[in-house]
Design a protein around this ligand. Structure first.
Ligand code: GDP
Ligand code: MG
Ligand code: K
Length: 300
């Protein structure tokens, strides 16, 4: 790692926006690897996840903040705190919006929070693949009146359209700085956390509407066995026994499917064969128990 290269630029970028606008998809596209989990359910990303983009001239450290929204419970409070703290500490804020949705109350709330932040804010209009170009101009006009954005960049995070331009514009705004992370490191999250997020993603994906995002996944054990296989034991925590029933499924069919899909992704992540054992546990009202949040890595 060359920490002193002359002219090397680096900095921190926070990605914010309403749930489901495509923040994780954007991050994954820029980094070119699946680090932040993606789902069509809101608020799947609860922790601060860093993705690191590195080339010969620059390094961008992305922070995928939890969706900003009005907090409803303790976990919500925690998410908000992280979000605002992050906004002040970064060099650029990417405010991602959904081109299909238009300006909404949630955006107004976010913009109000941004007023007190000095950091340059880029308006990133995502999902342009879903709209007609004429609509895009209308959209830009609508947002331009609400806030003094440093840049306005339309993209499709899913298809990769204009993502490179966005990257170049970010680099323009960065100042000289060290290469904080080695070139081959894309995230500073412990593998355990990513593993738990991959399992959570499969549960949310397979159970669709029945299971709200009020589940957590704790990794009880993760260790390499003789022969190279990694043993992982994980507990899926739900709030009601009816949810436990859904996740286990008929004769365990659902849980087996979750395990099968998660195993595929985890093996890709770790580059080795894994043996995955899953349990489901009911823990009432876990989101309001500070001790529990700490156990699962949600605390500061
Ligand atoms: P987040 O909650 O803001 O992190 O949003 P996600 O990255 O999880 O994306 C939410 C949903 O929008 C997923 O189903 C994505 O596949 C989809 N999505 C994200 N970006 C795009 C895009 O550019 N075009 C389209 N059509 N869908 C997208
Ligand atoms: Mg996300
Ligand atoms: K999501």
């Amino acid at each position: 790692m060359d920490k002193t290269k002359k002219g090397y630029k680096s900095g921190f970028v926070s990605i914010i926006g309403r749930p489901n606008v495509g923040k994780s998809t954007l991050l994954n596209n820029v980094i070119g690897q699946k680090i932040a989990i993606m789902s069509d359910k809101p608020q799947t990303t609860r922790n601060k996840i860093q993705g690191v983009y590195t080339d010969n001239e620059s390094q961008i450290i992305f922070i995928d903040t939890p969706g900003i929204h009005k907090p409803k419970h303790k976990l919500g409070d925690f998410m908000m705190k992280i979000a605002y703290q992050t906004l002040r500490e970064v060099d650029i804020v990417l405010f991602v919006v959904d081109a299909k949705e238009g300006f909404g109350g949630g955006d107004q709330y976010i913009i109000e929070q941004l007023e007190s932040v000095r950091t340059p804010v880029f308006l990133v209009i995502n999902k342009i693949d879903l709209i007609h170009p004429d609509k895009l101009l209308e959209f830009i006009d609508q947002y331009r009146t609400k806030f003094d954005f440093a840049e306005i960049v339309p993209i499709s995070a899913l298809q990769g359209n204009n993502v490179n331009t966005l990257k170049e514009q970010i680099i323009e705004y960065l100042t000289e700085g060290p290469q904080y992370y080695p070139a081959d490191q894309v995230t500073d999250h412990p593998e355990r956390f990513i593993v738990s997020e991959l399992i959570r993603e499969k549960v949310l994906h397979l159970t669709r509407e029945e299971i709200p995002h009020s589940i957590a996944v704790g990794i009880e054990q993760m260790k390499q066995r003789e022969g190279g296989t990694v043993y992982i034991g994980a507990t899926i925590v739900v709030e009601r026994s009816s949810q436990k029933g859904i996740i286990i499924g008929k004769q365990g069919a659902m849980l087996r499917e979750v395990g099968k899909l998660a195993r595929g992704d985890i093996e890709k992540l770790l580059g080795s064969k894994i043996f995955l054992e899953l349990w489901v546990k009911v823990q009432k009202d876990w989101r309001n128990k500070p001790g529990f949040l700490r156990d699962f890595g949600f605390s500061e």
